[in-house]
Design a protein around this ligand. Structure first.
Ligand SMILES: *[C@@H]1O[C@H](CO)[C@@H](O)[C@H](O)[C@H]1NC(C)=O
Ligand SMILES: *[C@@H]1O[C@H](CO)[C@@H](O)[C@H](O)[C@H]1NC(C)=O
Ligand SMILES: *[C@@H]1O[C@H](CO)[C@@H](O)[C@H](O)[C@H]1NC(C)=O
Ligand SMILES: *[C@@H]1O[C@H](CO)[C@@H](O)[C@H](O)[C@H]1NC(C)=O
Ligand SMILES: *[C@@H]1O[C@H](CO)[C@@H](O)[C@H](O)[C@H]1NC(C)=O
Length: 483
């Protein structure tokens, strides 16, 4: 019944937490023996994916040592390479040049700038094709050169056996009347939808394919939405593989870490997306968050923190329960990217959340919320086939200083005599790797520069008594219980 930690020091620490008495009332959840009615639909093999900004994709693959290992660590958990999207703002600044020998060519004033114009060559496409998992390739629509986009799409179609989808433009809700695609007219939702459908027809017509386009690619849900686009797709829906949303909960000007990571505030933040997911499902297509991360405009200081890792964890669980198939967390300019999971030199704390989310969903078929999503405390039951195999507990109370409170969770309906657990923690919600405050996942860290997991794994054990076991989760911490 009591939580027996693998290490004596931790066990003393845990009991002293109880003595401090700061914890809220114990929360008890019964784990349903089969997926309850508010379970997710069938989960995909690897819901946690990565998006690499278009111009810097070759540098990530060829020149940042951690990239492959960080992706491979996730693959080692699920057996499937995380899905990869290559795209972003610079896909709509890029022109394909079949004679270019390098993967990509551009000039920038400073190494931390993104180029305003670039070209890319056939080796860009072959590098994308060499990735071990599914890829989404983001191509240009903004510059209105459809024959150029078709040339690149044809090469991708012929070379990339794991090509999942092609995007035709990035965040067209931000296009303006002065972009070439607008032809001088005002760029409205109706104009974008008509343009998307026409490009789907012509690109897929030339490629002689169906089910190939990641459509929409809207930032948020207004003024353009998947609900609006699907209403005018008509038979072009045959060319669509998936409908795609982008979501950044915060910007530098609104940055608030407690809100970002708060369990019930995450529910509110994503409340615009169920209707988008339903609109896609009504046309028989999956929905993805093809680009997402914590905060735009450099992240306002909240993005590199452990709290952002906890946000990733809970956001992934809540969005897959809504029915999204996968989330592609964006990695931007190398050396100028607050929310990035890794860089040339240091790891980013958010990677720990992505890793833990992938641990939770590895091998899972369904996940169900056990709580009402109206408090700071989350519990999820995770099913393989029809049986519960894991429970994820999350205490989203924001901890930065002073005495760390904790929440006691009692799980009932357990059939084993003991269960094990792995903990995701850090000194504070505000902890940053580059400031020496490393998170740990089951006691382990990821090495700066290489992303190799290091240290000794700590697995906790809890005794089950009368089908119940008790767990303590500190503020700004999560625990994955293996049933
Ligand atoms: C590779 O990294 C080095 C710094 O380690 C940098 O000077 C160089 O420009 C990078 N090359 C590419 C292609 O990004
Ligand atoms: C469009 O792309 C083609 C090559 O695919 C190129 O020859 C042409 O110059 C491009 N047009 C513009 C306006 O950039
Ligand atoms: C191929 O693309 C061109 C635009 O470059 C378009 O005019 C033509 O209709 C497309 N062909 C098919 C079969 O869709
Ligand atoms: C899901 O269903 C459980 C009962 O199985 C209920 O206790 C919980 O509040 C529900 N949560 C949500 C978010 O629907
Ligand atoms: C990573 O490097 C930072 C310094 O930039 C250091 O403070 C931190 O402890 C290192 N993390 C690990 C896991 O070695």
């Amino acid at each position: 019944m009591s939580l027996k930690k693998a290490r004596m020091a931790q066990s003393i620490f845990a009991s002293s937490l109880l003595l401090w008495g700061a914890a809220a009332a114990t929360l008890t959840f019964t784990v349903p023996s089969s997926p309850p009615s508010n379970s997710s639909k069938q989960l995909s093999a690897a819901p946690v994916g990565v998006s690499l900004e278009f111009f810097t994709f070759p540098a990530y693959m060829d020149n940042v040592t951690a990239t492959t290992t960080c992706l491979e660590n996730l693959k080692d958990l699920t057996g499937t390479w995380p899905p990869l999207r290559i795209g972003g703002t610079t896909q709509d600044r890029a022109t394909y040049d079949p004679s270019l020998t390098q993967a990509v060519s551009y000039t920038v004033a400073s190494a931390t700038d993104a180029p305003t114009s670039l070209t890319y060559g056939p080796s860009f496409i072959s590098l994308a094709a060499s990735y071990g998992g599914e890829i989404i390739l983001g191509l240009n629509r903004r510059l209105n050169n459809i024959s150029n986009t078709i040339s690149a799409a044809e090469l991708a179609q012929s070379q990339a056996t794991r090509l999942y989808a092609i995007e035709l433009g990035n965040e067209p809700n931000f296009y303006t009347s002065s972009d070439p695609i607008a032809g001088g007219a005002s760029w409205t939702a109706a104009a974008d939808y008509a343009s998307e459908v026409q490009w789907q027809d012509e690109v897929c017509g030339n490629l002689s394919v169906t089910d190939r386009i990641s459509a929409g690619v809207f930032f948020g849900t207004s003024p353009m939405s998947i609900a609006g686009l699907t209403a005018v797709e008509g038979t072009a829906n045959n060319y669509v593989k998936t409908y795609c949303s982008h979501n950044y909960p915060q910007s530098a000007s609104t940055a608030n870490l407690a809100t970002l990571m708060g369990h019930s505030s995450i529910k509110s933040q994503i409340s615009g997306f169920p209707s988008e997911i339903t609109a896609a499902a009504n046309l028989g297509k999956p929905h993805i968050f093809g680009e997402t991360n914590s905060a735009t405009q450099g992240g306002g200081g909240i993005s590199p923190t452990f709290g952002a890792a906890l946000w990733i964890l809970d956001y992934v669980m809540q969005t897959v329960i809504l029915g999204t198939q996968a989330l592609y967390f964006h990695q931007g300019t190398i050396g100028n990217c607050q929310y990035c999971w890794w860089g040339r030199y240091d790891m980013g704390a958010p990677y720990y959340g992505a890793y833990f989310a992938t641990m939770a969903l590895a091998g899972a078929d369904y996940i169900a919320p056990l709580d009402s999503q109206t408090t700071a405390y989350a519990a999820y039951a995770i099913y393989s086939s029809e049986s519960p195999v894991k429970v994820l507990l999350y205490n989203s109370d924001y901890y930065t200083t002073g005495t760390r409170s904790s929440q006691t969770f009692v799980l009932s309906g357990l059939s084993a005599s003991t269960v094990t657990a792995k903990r995701l923690t850090a000194p504070y919600a505000t902890s940053r790797v580059d400031q020496g405050s490393n998170p740990t996942v089951a006691g382990q860290t990821f090495a700066n520069g290489t992303c190799v997991i290091q240290g000794t794994q700590t697995v906790e054990t809890a005794t089950v008594s009368s089908a119940k076991a008790t767990f303590t989760v500190s503020a700004s911490e999560a625990l994955l219980v293996y049933l």
